[in-house]
Design a protein around this ligand. Structure first.
Ligand code: NAD
Ligand code: WQD
Length: 341
């Protein structure tokens, strides 16, 4: 299948490219490298021994998208491109609405122009907001608590309306929980710019000596050990979920929202202990105040993914930490260590 992958150079996109190419799909990446490096694509080429078409452009540029779809003529689109920093989205909401919402409008219009009506969209468990019950199933009310989350909820609605207007359309809206880890080769992984917002990349940078210690945001939550509990999902499992979603979308018209998680919560302290086992080092950490907006626990109901996509997570927290450590210890400064090519 010919698959246009927006945001394909990013963390989840690069891992999904490896899975797509291994499955024999032809890909075209559309990315402006605003939060990624061309080195990631060079590494994917190295890993797969396959060529990757690249259009270096912004999804805010509707003409560039239109040209990409009408030239490549994709059978399906996987839409990763977007901005994802919760704090930044509160400081600069228009930037988020322009990139995530207006960019998605441009993409759907460009797909229409190329008569492509199949899309897999990167949504987020953040759309659920505060839990009314756990685990979060796909029927849980959607109440995002920040502009980033609202852009994801709006794009879900946008795609629903677009799909309803096209009798042959297939759309799978994947709500990722907390993607972590890296490809087993250690060649690709998560490479945040600036100070990592998320737990696992922060822990990885402490382990490798780029940062001195981890602040644990609160140890007085109502969880096993008082620290926040999340559903961490190995990025390689997540990549495979996209292949399963593509297969599902081929079966016929649909518009489905599907959680992608393991169904199991891991606390901050449990993750740190697993990382210490993986790297064989002590991770200095101290308790700090709660981070505003954080919830105690979040984890997925996974039955719908199993039923609809025939997909379930296979990799555990140890595999997540071991692969993250291989990536981080081989690439201390991330892709900044390497020259492109
Ligand atoms: P990432 O930042 O590593 O990847 C996003 C990619 O999109 C980058 O390569 C970036 O350069 C590109 N991009 C951003 N804006 C663009 C634009 N206007 N035009 C063209 N390219 C653009 O992020 P990721 O972690 O790989 O996330 C991928 C998607 O999954 C995002 O939509 C994100 O919101 C969503 N998501 C991520 C997480 C997570 O924790 N990583 C969780 C839930 C959902
Ligand atoms: C996990 C746990 C923190 C950092 C965020 C976004 C969400 C989604 C995934 C895109 C929490 C604790 C963290 C640190 C800590 N992204 N923590 N010290 O908050 O579940 O979700 O990323 O869609 O939208 O909100 O993930 O990795 O930031 O935090 O103690 O330095 O680690 O309090 O309990 P979160 P996270």
């Amino acid at each position: 299948m010919k698959v246009l992958v927006t945001g394909g150079a990013g963390y989840i996109g690069s891992h999904t490219l490896v899975a797509l190419l291994a499955a024999g799909h032809e890909v075209c990446v559309f990315d402006n490298f605003s939060n990624s490096s061309p080195v990631a694509l060079a590494r994917v080429r190295q890993l797969t021994n396959r060529d990757i078409r690249l259009v270096e452009a912004d999804i805010c540029n509707g003409d560039a998208l239109m040209q990409a779809t009408t030239e490549f003529r994709p059978d399906a689109v996987i839409h990763f491109a977007g901005l994802k920093a919760v704090g930044e989205s509160s400081e600069n909401p228009l930037l988020y609405y322009a990139n995530n919402v207006a960019g998605s409008v441009n993409l759907l219009a460009a797909m229409d122009a190329a008569e492509c009506h199949r899309i897999i969209f990167s949504s987020s468990a953040t759309v659920y907001g505060r839990a009314q019950y756990l685990p979060f199933d796909e029927q849980h009310p959607v109440h995002p608590t920040n502009p980033y989350g609202r852009t994801k909820a709006i794009v879900e609605e946008l795609i629903r309306d677009w799909a309803a207007a096209h009798p042959t359309a297939s759309a799978v809206l994947l709500r990722y929980f907390n993607p972590v880890g890296a490809h087993d080769s250690g060649l690709i992984g998560e490479d945040p710019r600036d100070i990592p917002n998320n737990l696992m990349p922060f822990v990885a940078q402490v382990a490798v000596g780029r940062r001195t210690s981890l602040a644990i945001f609160g140890d007085d939550y109502n969880t096993r050990d008082g620290t926040g509990e999340r559903d961490y999902i190995h990025v390689v499992d997540l990549a495979n979920a996209h292949l399963a979603a593509l297969d599902y979308s081929e079966k016929g018209p649909c518009c489905e929202v599907v959680n992608v998680g393991t169904g199991r919560g891991i606390t901050v302290k449990e993750l740190v202990a697993a990382y210490e086992r993986a790297c064989g080092r002590n991770i200095p950490a101290q308790i700090a105040p709660r981070r505003p907006g954080d919830v105690a626990s979040s984890y997925a109901a996974t039955a719908k993914a199993e039923r609809l996509l025939g997909w379930r997570a296979a990799l555990d927290i140890d595999a997540m930490c071991t692969s993250s450590w291989r990536w981080q210890s081989n690439n201390i400064e991330g892709y900044g260590d390497a020259s492109a090519g």
